[in-house]
Design a protein. Structure first.
Length: 97
């Protein structure tokens, strides 16, 4: 069995390479950062100086839950979505966050 070789096609003249989607995040400490869509939440939070507590790092314990524009997100298994509008990140109702 042979594998098909990847194909490449020339880019049509005059078309530019699309830029990566970037998302601006507003953190509880007042900082604002802008990251590539898909960036790991834990890394984005660490860079912003708001490290997120973790437990299992597998999506099952909930220790890493944050609220992003009102939606609960398990940061260890999620990436920053593409958003044209800034996203507000808040700690889950955990006094230790
Ligand atoms: S660290 Fe357990 S769900 Fe994220």
């Amino acid at each position: 069995m042979t594998e098909a070789a990847p194909t490449t096609q020339p880019r049509p003249a005059g078309r530019s390479v699309p830029a990566l989607a970037r998302t601006t995040l507003l953190w509880p400490n007042g900082l604002q950062t802008t990251v590539d869509a898909g960036t790991d939440w834990l890394a984005a939070a660490q860079t912003a100086g708001c490290p997120i507590p973790t437990g299992c790092l597998g999506g099952s314990c909930g220790a890493c839950e944050i609220t992003v524009d009102g939606d609960t997100v398990r940061a260890c298994v999620s990436g920053v979505p593409a958003s044209a509008e800034p996203l507000t990140v808040e700690p889950w109702d955990d006094p230790a966050w």
